[in-house]
Design a binder for this molecule. Structure first.
Ligand code: PLP
Length: 384
Protein backbone atom coordinates (compact mmCIF):
# COMPACT_ATOMS: atom_id res chain seq x y z
CA UNK A 1 0.00 0.00 0.00
CA UNK A 2 1.43 3.32 -1.07
CA UNK A 3 0.13 5.10 2.01
CA UNK A 4 2.18 3.04 4.44
CA UNK A 5 5.40 4.14 2.80
CA UNK A 6 4.57 7.82 3.04
CA UNK A 7 5.98 9.70 6.02
CA UNK A 8 3.52 10.61 8.76
CA UNK A 9 3.43 14.32 7.90
CA UNK A 10 2.74 13.48 4.26
CA UNK A 11 -0.15 11.24 5.28
CA UNK A 12 -1.51 14.01 7.51
CA UNK A 13 -1.24 16.69 4.84
CA UNK A 14 -2.10 14.78 1.67
CA UNK A 15 -3.65 11.33 1.94
CA UNK A 16 -7.43 11.49 1.54
CA UNK A 17 -7.68 14.86 -0.12
CA UNK A 18 -10.94 15.14 -2.04
CA UNK A 19 -9.82 15.82 -5.61
CA UNK A 20 -10.71 19.13 -7.24
CA UNK A 21 -10.76 17.98 -10.87
CA UNK A 22 -12.51 21.11 -12.07
CA UNK A 23 -10.44 23.98 -10.70
CA UNK A 24 -7.34 22.23 -9.37
CA UNK A 25 -7.52 24.10 -6.08
CA UNK A 26 -4.90 23.03 -3.57
CA UNK A 27 -7.36 22.07 -0.84
CA UNK A 28 -10.32 19.71 -0.91
CA UNK A 29 -13.57 21.22 -2.16
CA UNK A 30 -16.58 20.72 0.13
CA UNK A 31 -19.41 18.75 -1.40
CA UNK A 32 -22.44 19.80 0.60
CA UNK A 33 -25.01 17.97 -1.56
CA UNK A 34 -27.38 15.76 0.36
CA UNK A 35 -28.74 14.54 -2.97
CA UNK A 36 -26.78 12.78 -5.71
CA UNK A 37 -27.77 11.35 -9.06
CA UNK A 38 -28.59 7.66 -8.80
CA UNK A 39 -28.78 6.57 -12.43
CA UNK A 40 -25.71 5.19 -14.21
CA UNK A 41 -23.28 6.22 -11.46
CA UNK A 42 -22.60 2.90 -9.76
CA UNK A 43 -22.68 4.22 -6.19
CA UNK A 44 -25.69 5.70 -4.41
CA UNK A 45 -24.29 8.61 -2.46
CA UNK A 46 -26.15 10.02 0.53
CA UNK A 47 -24.82 11.60 3.77
CA UNK A 48 -26.32 8.89 5.98
CA UNK A 49 -24.72 6.22 3.79
CA UNK A 50 -21.40 7.69 4.94
CA UNK A 51 -20.25 7.95 1.34
CA UNK A 52 -20.38 11.59 0.29
CA UNK A 53 -17.07 12.59 -1.34
CA UNK A 54 -15.68 14.36 1.72
CA UNK A 55 -16.57 11.48 4.06
CA UNK A 56 -15.18 8.89 1.70
CA UNK A 57 -11.85 10.65 1.17
CA UNK A 58 -11.13 11.72 4.76
CA UNK A 59 -11.73 8.13 5.84
CA UNK A 60 -8.70 7.19 3.72
CA UNK A 61 -6.46 9.48 5.75
CA UNK A 62 -7.66 7.96 9.04
CA UNK A 63 -7.22 4.42 7.68
CA UNK A 64 -3.69 5.23 6.50
CA UNK A 65 -2.74 6.69 9.89
CA UNK A 66 -4.02 3.61 11.74
CA UNK A 67 -2.58 1.05 9.26
CA UNK A 68 -6.15 -0.11 8.63
CA UNK A 69 -7.87 -1.17 5.43
CA UNK A 70 -10.77 1.20 5.86
CA UNK A 71 -12.35 3.81 8.14
CA UNK A 72 -15.60 5.69 8.74
CA UNK A 73 -16.31 9.09 10.25
CA UNK A 74 -19.14 9.76 12.72
CA UNK A 75 -20.74 12.77 14.39
CA UNK A 76 -19.20 12.09 17.83
CA UNK A 77 -17.02 9.68 19.72
CA UNK A 78 -20.10 8.17 21.39
CA UNK A 79 -21.84 7.77 17.99
CA UNK A 80 -18.98 5.61 16.76
CA UNK A 81 -18.57 3.73 20.06
CA UNK A 82 -22.27 2.87 20.39
CA UNK A 83 -22.68 1.94 16.72
CA UNK A 84 -19.58 -0.25 16.70
CA UNK A 85 -20.47 -2.13 19.89
CA UNK A 86 -24.04 -2.73 18.79
CA UNK A 87 -22.89 -3.82 15.33
CA UNK A 88 -21.08 -6.81 16.85
CA UNK A 89 -23.19 -7.60 19.94
CA UNK A 90 -26.62 -9.22 19.94
CA UNK A 91 -28.99 -10.34 22.66
CA UNK A 92 -27.30 -13.06 24.72
CA UNK A 93 -23.74 -12.00 23.82
CA UNK A 94 -21.12 -10.92 26.33
CA UNK A 95 -18.44 -8.21 26.24
CA UNK A 96 -15.33 -7.89 28.44
CA UNK A 97 -14.42 -4.28 29.21
CA UNK A 98 -11.36 -2.77 30.80
CA UNK A 99 -12.36 -1.54 34.25
CA UNK A 100 -11.45 2.11 33.79
CA UNK A 101 -12.81 3.43 30.54
CA UNK A 102 -14.18 6.79 29.44
CA UNK A 103 -17.19 7.71 31.61
CA UNK A 104 -19.54 8.13 28.65
CA UNK A 105 -18.73 4.64 27.38
CA UNK A 106 -19.31 3.20 30.83
CA UNK A 107 -22.66 4.99 31.03
CA UNK A 108 -23.67 3.59 27.62
CA UNK A 109 -22.99 0.06 28.86
CA UNK A 110 -24.54 0.40 32.30
CA UNK A 111 -27.57 2.45 31.27
CA UNK A 112 -28.52 0.66 28.04
CA UNK A 113 -27.09 -2.83 27.64
CA UNK A 114 -29.42 -4.62 30.08
CA UNK A 115 -32.39 -3.61 27.91
CA UNK A 116 -30.81 -5.35 24.97
CA UNK A 117 -29.92 -8.41 27.05
CA UNK A 118 -26.23 -7.89 26.33
CA UNK A 119 -24.06 -9.17 29.16
CA UNK A 120 -20.90 -7.39 30.25
CA UNK A 121 -18.04 -7.70 32.74
CA UNK A 122 -15.45 -5.17 33.74
CA UNK A 123 -11.97 -6.57 34.33
CA UNK A 124 -10.61 -6.58 37.88
CA UNK A 125 -7.17 -5.28 36.90
CA UNK A 126 -5.46 -4.25 33.71
CA UNK A 127 -3.24 -7.29 33.04
CA UNK A 128 -3.89 -9.55 30.08
CA UNK A 129 -4.89 -12.34 32.49
CA UNK A 130 -7.52 -10.06 34.04
CA UNK A 131 -9.06 -9.91 30.56
CA UNK A 132 -8.67 -13.67 30.14
CA UNK A 133 -10.35 -14.38 33.50
CA UNK A 134 -13.43 -12.41 32.42
CA UNK A 135 -14.05 -14.44 29.27
CA UNK A 136 -17.30 -16.43 29.12
CA UNK A 137 -18.48 -18.92 26.50
CA UNK A 138 -20.64 -16.16 24.94
CA UNK A 139 -17.93 -13.45 24.89
CA UNK A 140 -17.85 -11.73 21.50
CA UNK A 141 -15.82 -8.56 22.15
CA UNK A 142 -13.00 -7.24 24.32
CA UNK A 143 -12.75 -3.50 24.89
CA UNK A 144 -9.57 -1.61 25.81
CA UNK A 145 -8.61 2.00 26.36
CA UNK A 146 -4.96 2.83 26.88
CA UNK A 147 -3.66 5.15 28.25
CA UNK A 148 -6.71 5.27 30.49
CA UNK A 149 -8.59 8.31 31.74
CA UNK A 150 -7.76 9.97 34.11
CA UNK A 151 -4.91 7.98 35.72
CA UNK A 152 -2.96 7.20 32.54
CA UNK A 153 -2.66 3.50 33.28
CA UNK A 154 -1.57 1.30 30.40
CA UNK A 155 -2.79 -2.03 29.10
CA UNK A 156 -0.43 -4.35 27.21
CA UNK A 157 -2.17 -4.16 23.84
CA UNK A 158 -0.35 -7.07 22.22
CA UNK A 159 -0.88 -9.40 25.18
CA UNK A 160 -4.63 -8.72 25.31
CA UNK A 161 -4.94 -9.03 21.52
CA UNK A 162 -3.25 -12.45 21.72
CA UNK A 163 -5.58 -13.66 24.48
CA UNK A 164 -8.60 -12.58 22.43
CA UNK A 165 -7.30 -14.06 19.17
CA UNK A 166 -6.71 -17.46 20.74
CA UNK A 167 -10.44 -17.55 21.63
CA UNK A 168 -11.77 -15.99 18.41
CA UNK A 169 -12.90 -12.82 20.20
CA UNK A 170 -12.83 -9.43 18.41
CA UNK A 171 -10.84 -6.65 20.07
CA UNK A 172 -11.87 -2.98 20.14
CA UNK A 173 -9.69 -0.16 21.44
CA UNK A 174 -10.41 3.48 22.17
CA UNK A 175 -7.22 5.15 20.88
CA UNK A 176 -8.33 8.73 21.57
CA UNK A 177 -5.67 9.61 24.18
CA UNK A 178 -2.69 8.24 22.25
CA UNK A 179 -3.70 8.96 18.63
CA UNK A 180 -2.10 6.97 15.79
CA UNK A 181 0.84 9.37 15.96
CA UNK A 182 1.88 7.71 19.22
CA UNK A 183 0.23 4.30 19.10
CA UNK A 184 -0.99 2.09 16.24
CA UNK A 185 -2.98 -0.72 17.90
CA UNK A 186 -3.59 -2.62 14.66
CA UNK A 187 0.17 -3.28 14.47
CA UNK A 188 -0.19 -5.11 17.82
CA UNK A 189 -3.08 -7.28 16.62
CA UNK A 190 -6.13 -5.19 17.62
CA UNK A 191 -9.10 -5.52 15.24
CA UNK A 192 -11.02 -2.26 15.61
CA UNK A 193 -9.70 1.21 16.56
CA UNK A 194 -12.08 3.93 17.75
CA UNK A 195 -11.58 7.67 18.20
CA UNK A 196 -13.33 10.60 19.68
CA UNK A 197 -12.18 12.92 16.88
CA UNK A 198 -13.50 15.72 19.07
CA UNK A 199 -10.14 15.48 20.83
CA UNK A 200 -6.70 15.39 19.10
CA UNK A 201 -8.00 14.80 15.56
CA UNK A 202 -9.93 18.06 15.81
CA UNK A 203 -7.41 19.59 18.18
CA UNK A 204 -8.89 23.09 18.38
CA UNK A 205 -11.92 22.41 20.60
CA UNK A 206 -14.34 23.32 17.83
CA UNK A 207 -15.36 19.98 16.27
CA UNK A 208 -17.48 17.11 17.51
CA UNK A 209 -16.67 13.93 15.60
CA UNK A 210 -15.76 10.26 15.86
CA UNK A 211 -13.95 7.70 13.72
CA UNK A 212 -13.39 3.97 13.40
CA UNK A 213 -10.55 2.24 11.53
CA UNK A 214 -10.50 -1.52 10.87
CA UNK A 215 -10.71 -4.17 8.13
CA UNK A 216 -13.08 -3.69 5.19
CA UNK A 217 -15.19 -6.62 6.44
CA UNK A 218 -15.62 -5.04 9.86
CA UNK A 219 -16.39 -1.66 8.27
CA UNK A 220 -19.11 -3.37 6.21
CA UNK A 221 -20.64 -4.76 9.41
CA UNK A 222 -20.47 -1.37 11.16
CA UNK A 223 -21.88 0.40 8.09
CA UNK A 224 -24.80 -2.03 8.05
CA UNK A 225 -25.99 -0.69 11.42
CA UNK A 226 -24.67 2.87 10.99
CA UNK A 227 -26.94 3.52 8.00
CA UNK A 228 -29.92 2.56 10.21
CA UNK A 229 -28.89 4.56 13.27
CA UNK A 230 -27.62 7.69 11.48
CA UNK A 231 -24.80 9.44 13.27
CA UNK A 232 -22.95 10.69 10.19
CA UNK A 233 -21.04 13.98 10.34
CA UNK A 234 -22.01 16.91 8.13
CA UNK A 235 -19.71 17.45 5.16
CA UNK A 236 -18.78 20.90 6.34
CA UNK A 237 -17.52 19.43 9.61
CA UNK A 238 -15.77 16.60 7.76
CA UNK A 239 -13.93 19.28 5.82
CA UNK A 240 -13.05 21.09 9.06
CA UNK A 241 -11.73 17.83 10.45
CA UNK A 242 -9.57 17.25 7.38
CA UNK A 243 -8.11 20.74 7.81
CA UNK A 244 -7.33 19.99 11.47
CA UNK A 245 -5.78 16.63 10.78
CA UNK A 246 -3.16 18.14 8.49
CA UNK A 247 -1.37 19.33 11.63
CA UNK A 248 -2.12 16.28 13.80
CA UNK A 249 1.45 15.01 13.83
CA UNK A 250 3.13 18.30 14.65
CA UNK A 251 0.51 19.23 17.25
CA UNK A 252 0.65 15.93 19.09
CA UNK A 253 4.45 15.83 19.05
CA UNK A 254 4.77 19.40 20.34
CA UNK A 255 2.13 18.85 23.02
CA UNK A 256 3.69 15.64 24.28
CA UNK A 257 7.10 17.29 24.43
CA UNK A 258 5.55 19.98 26.63
CA UNK A 259 3.76 17.38 28.76
CA UNK A 260 6.97 15.51 29.55
CA UNK A 261 8.67 18.69 30.73
CA UNK A 262 5.64 19.79 32.72
CA UNK A 263 5.30 16.36 34.38
CA UNK A 264 8.89 16.52 35.62
CA UNK A 265 8.46 20.04 36.98
CA UNK A 266 5.16 19.26 38.70
CA UNK A 267 6.82 16.33 40.48
CA UNK A 268 9.15 18.76 42.24
CA UNK A 269 6.41 20.92 43.76
CA UNK A 270 5.60 20.46 47.47
CA UNK A 271 1.91 21.08 46.90
CA UNK A 272 1.66 18.13 44.52
CA UNK A 273 1.79 14.52 45.69
CA UNK A 274 1.71 12.04 42.83
CA UNK A 275 2.09 12.90 39.14
CA UNK A 276 0.60 10.29 36.80
CA UNK A 277 2.39 10.33 33.45
CA UNK A 278 3.63 7.25 31.59
CA UNK A 279 6.77 9.13 30.55
CA UNK A 280 8.02 9.37 34.15
CA UNK A 281 10.38 6.57 35.18
CA UNK A 282 8.39 6.34 38.42
CA UNK A 283 5.24 5.37 36.47
CA UNK A 284 4.54 1.63 36.88
CA UNK A 285 3.93 1.24 33.14
CA UNK A 286 6.95 3.20 31.92
CA UNK A 287 8.51 0.12 30.27
CA UNK A 288 5.27 -0.88 28.60
CA UNK A 289 4.87 2.69 27.33
CA UNK A 290 8.29 2.43 25.70
CA UNK A 291 7.26 -0.84 24.05
CA UNK A 292 3.93 0.14 22.55
CA UNK A 293 4.00 3.95 22.30
CA UNK A 294 6.15 6.42 20.39
CA UNK A 295 6.40 8.98 23.15
CA UNK A 296 4.05 9.26 26.11
CA UNK A 297 1.22 11.54 25.04
CA UNK A 298 0.15 14.94 26.25
CA UNK A 299 -2.27 13.96 29.01
CA UNK A 300 -1.25 13.75 32.66
CA UNK A 301 -2.86 13.89 36.08
CA UNK A 302 -1.73 14.86 39.55
CA UNK A 303 -2.93 14.74 43.14
CA UNK A 304 -2.89 18.01 45.01
CA UNK A 305 -1.42 17.48 48.47
CA UNK A 306 -3.87 16.41 51.16
CA UNK A 307 -6.01 19.28 52.47
CA UNK A 308 -5.55 21.62 49.51
CA UNK A 309 -8.74 22.94 47.90
CA UNK A 310 -8.77 21.59 44.32
CA UNK A 311 -11.81 23.62 43.29
CA UNK A 312 -10.18 26.83 44.50
CA UNK A 313 -6.99 25.83 42.68
CA UNK A 314 -8.87 25.56 39.39
CA UNK A 315 -10.63 28.87 40.00
CA UNK A 316 -7.27 30.55 40.59
CA UNK A 317 -5.83 29.57 37.20
CA UNK A 318 -5.36 32.50 34.83
CA UNK A 319 -3.98 30.90 31.64
CA UNK A 320 -4.94 27.23 31.82
CA UNK A 321 -8.66 26.82 31.27
CA UNK A 322 -10.62 24.81 33.83
CA UNK A 323 -12.90 23.28 31.24
CA UNK A 324 -14.38 20.00 30.09
CA UNK A 325 -12.91 18.08 27.21
CA UNK A 326 -9.27 17.80 26.29
CA UNK A 327 -6.63 17.61 23.60
CA UNK A 328 -6.95 21.12 22.23
CA UNK A 329 -3.97 23.31 21.42
CA UNK A 330 -4.89 25.22 24.60
CA UNK A 331 -4.16 23.66 27.99
CA UNK A 332 -7.13 22.62 30.12
CA UNK A 333 -7.63 21.07 33.54
CA UNK A 334 -10.56 19.28 35.13
CA UNK A 335 -11.46 17.66 38.41
CA UNK A 336 -12.57 14.13 37.43
CA UNK A 337 -14.47 13.74 40.72
CA UNK A 338 -16.70 16.68 39.66
CA UNK A 339 -16.93 15.95 35.94
CA UNK A 340 -16.11 12.76 34.02
CA UNK A 341 -16.43 10.54 37.08
CA UNK A 342 -19.14 12.46 38.95
CA UNK A 343 -21.73 9.73 38.34
CA UNK A 344 -19.65 7.12 40.16
CA UNK A 345 -20.16 6.67 43.89
CA UNK A 346 -17.31 8.01 46.06
CA UNK A 347 -16.50 4.35 46.90
CA UNK A 348 -16.21 3.41 43.21
CA UNK A 349 -14.01 6.45 42.59
CA UNK A 350 -11.76 5.52 45.50
CA UNK A 351 -11.57 1.93 44.22
CA UNK A 352 -10.33 3.32 40.91
CA UNK A 353 -7.77 5.51 42.68
CA UNK A 354 -9.50 8.78 41.80
CA UNK A 355 -9.06 11.11 44.77
CA UNK A 356 -11.08 14.29 45.29
CA UNK A 357 -7.92 16.34 44.71
CA UNK A 358 -6.99 14.59 41.46
CA UNK A 359 -6.58 17.01 38.57
CA UNK A 360 -6.37 15.96 34.93
CA UNK A 361 -4.16 18.17 32.83
CA UNK A 362 -4.44 18.26 29.02
CA UNK A 363 -1.20 19.95 28.04
CA UNK A 364 -1.42 22.30 25.07
CA UNK A 365 1.03 24.29 22.97
CA UNK A 366 1.81 27.16 25.37
CA UNK A 367 5.38 27.57 26.60
CA UNK A 368 6.25 25.30 29.54
CA UNK A 369 7.33 28.35 31.56
CA UNK A 370 3.97 30.02 31.06
CA UNK A 371 2.14 26.87 32.15
CA UNK A 372 4.30 26.39 35.24
CA UNK A 373 4.00 30.05 36.24
CA UNK A 374 0.23 29.67 36.14
CA UNK A 375 0.26 26.44 38.17
CA UNK A 376 2.57 27.94 40.76
CA UNK A 377 0.59 31.16 41.17
CA UNK A 378 -2.65 29.15 41.56
CA UNK A 379 -0.97 26.99 44.21
CA UNK A 380 0.20 30.10 46.07
CA UNK A 381 -3.47 31.20 46.22
CA UNK A 382 -4.54 28.02 48.04
CA UNK A 383 -1.53 27.38 50.30
CA UNK A 384 -1.67 29.44 53.46
C1 PLP B 1 -14.32 12.32 24.71
C2 PLP B 1 -14.05 10.88 24.67
C3 PLP B 1 -15.00 9.98 24.15
C4 PLP B 1 -16.37 10.42 23.67
O1 PLP B 1 -16.29 11.25 22.56
P1 PLP B 1 -17.36 12.38 22.21
O2 PLP B 1 -16.81 12.98 20.97
O3 PLP B 1 -17.45 13.32 23.36
O4 PLP B 1 -18.66 11.68 21.98
C5 PLP B 1 -14.65 8.65 24.11
N1 PLP B 1 -13.47 8.21 24.57
C6 PLP B 1 -12.55 9.03 25.08
C7 PLP B 1 -11.26 8.48 25.58
C8 PLP B 1 -12.81 10.40 25.16
O5 PLP B 1 -11.89 11.21 25.69
Amino acid sequence: MKNKKSGINTICTHVGETPDEQFKGSVSPIYMSSSYEFMDVGVKRYPRYFNTPNQEYLAKKIAALEHAEAAMIFSSGMAVISTTLLAFLSSGDHIVLQNDIYGGTRNLIEEQFKRFNIEYSFTEGLDANDFEKSIQPNTKLMYLETPSNPLLKLVDIEAVANVAKSKGILTVIDNTFATPIIQKPIDFGIDIVLHSATKYFGGHSDISAGAVATSQDNIDAIWNLAKNLGGNLSDFMVWMLERSMKTLNIRVKAQQKNAKKVAKKLQKLDAIDTVYYPGLKSHPDYKLAKKQMKGFGAMLSFDLAEGLDAEQFLKSLKLIKPSMSLAGVESTMILPAMTSHALLTPEDRAAQGIKDGLIRFSVGLEEVDALMTDVEQAISEIVN
